[in-house]
Design a protein around this ligand. Sequence first.
Ligand SMILES: NC(=O)c1ccc[n+]([C@@H]2O[C@H](COP(=O)([O-])OP(=O)(O)OC[C@H]3O[C@@H](n4cnc5c(N)ncnc54)[C@H](O)[C@@H]3O)[C@@H](O)[C@H]2O)c1
Length: 451
Amino acid sequence: MNTSAENPSVDQLKAKIQNRQARIGIIGLGYVGLPLALLYSEQKIQVTGFDIDQRKISTLAKGESYIYRITSEEIQAAQAQGFTATSDYAQITKMDAVIICVPTPLNEYHEPDLSFITDTTHSIAPHLRAGQLVVLESTTYPGTTEEVMVPILEKENKDSLRAARGTEVGAYEFFVAFSPEREDPGNTTVARRDIPKVVGGLNPPAADLACALYGTIFNRTVPVSSPAVAEMTKLLENIYRCVNIALVNELKLLCLRMGLDIWEVIGAASTKPFGFHPFYPGPGLGGHCIPVDPFYLSWKAKEWDFRTRFIELAGEINTNMPYHVLSSVGGALNRHKKSVNGARVLVLGVAYKKDIDDLRESPALTIIELLQKDGAVVSYNDPYFPFIGKGRKYDLQMKRTELKDLGQYDCVLIVTDHSDYDYKKIVQEAQLVVDTRNATKGIKSAKIVHC
Ligand SMILES: NC(=O)c1ccc[n+]([C@@H]2O[C@H](COP(=O)([O-])OP(=O)(O)OC[C@H]3O[C@@H](n4cnc5c(N)ncnc54)[C@H](O)[C@@H]3O)[C@@H](O)[C@H]2O)c1
């Protein structure tokens, strides 16, 4: 018979997962963790969510949602399947599998801030039980799972449990894997369960269990040989985006100077049926991933005496884009014999990309700050944000302005091309429109300045 510290067999746990009898704990109920909890609940698997944010816990307890695209009805449907949320880590011991989805930002020196992962791991360790599966989903540099998370779990659990390594599974072991989140917020063309899930286990049984865990909610799992390969896979995907966006951003600047329309060029190049994937220019990178994740790798690379030059160059170009927007607004106002100083500017769209309610790292915030610094009187409109308060790097304290009387502004600056906007009407009413996203495509007007 198993003692509390002994493993149920791998087959027993796998069967429990496949029969939807396993209890799953999801730590970090943000943009990644909450939808994941709902996916498991939809499959009638009992989920306990863990978060340190009491407001989230109490909102969920009331059957309400705090993420725009998740409805209260979805939360209530999950609750009917046993979904609860708590900040009590003692509940971890009841879980068969634990998935960690906490933030991985950069600190003020642009270095990885793993404090959320380490805090979470310290909180889990005392409640760890033999035979549990622990999966990290947070995006991070290769080695985090094995070098940072596993040593804390091994050192701080009460039963001297070890992470299972090799092919044999001992009685006093737990399982560890890394599986990156690949969600594309706002993308409605691919169902989340159709996005293949990459899984790297610390040993083959851990990989097998993690594949079973994700196999209940994803149509395809892609096992790789280690957590580090899975960690690097996610970074490759995001660096690929970051570098290609920088490439089109740089080519956009050249096209503007040459009088060519980069959007037309990209459209034409996209007709090539092989070897070309379109990326689009914009006012700068935003979101929790693309502006942040590549620097996790460039930091880690230094340990290996290696400089990741593509990442640095892409970072330089992308970081410069809000400054380019500022100078374009200045140039456009200048043609109207006005200056940025004292100009009334309405920023349209502050989310980091269209049709989502996420402000993190949004270039709009930098652009607003730059405009204000140069003396512009800035207002904004965004259907998703009635208020912009304080974030990690900004403190704007602005209230949304209604979308009316556009003629009163010296410049309407389109930063995020939300679908809700009627761009034709906006151009008609405005004195001057600076468009960073090609939102006014097809509208002919001397008032429009592309940037
Ligand atoms: N948002 C995305 O589209 C996306 C896509 C792919 C990958 N990722 C990655 O997934 C991870 C999570 O991102 P997110 O967007 O969900 O972040 P988020 O900030 O929306 O949510 C994280 C949650 O973790 C909670 N938390 C922080 N510390 C905790 C702790 N010690 N214990 C319990 N809860 C804690 C926070 O309160 C918050 O609710 C990050 O590594 C991110 O890079 C995000």
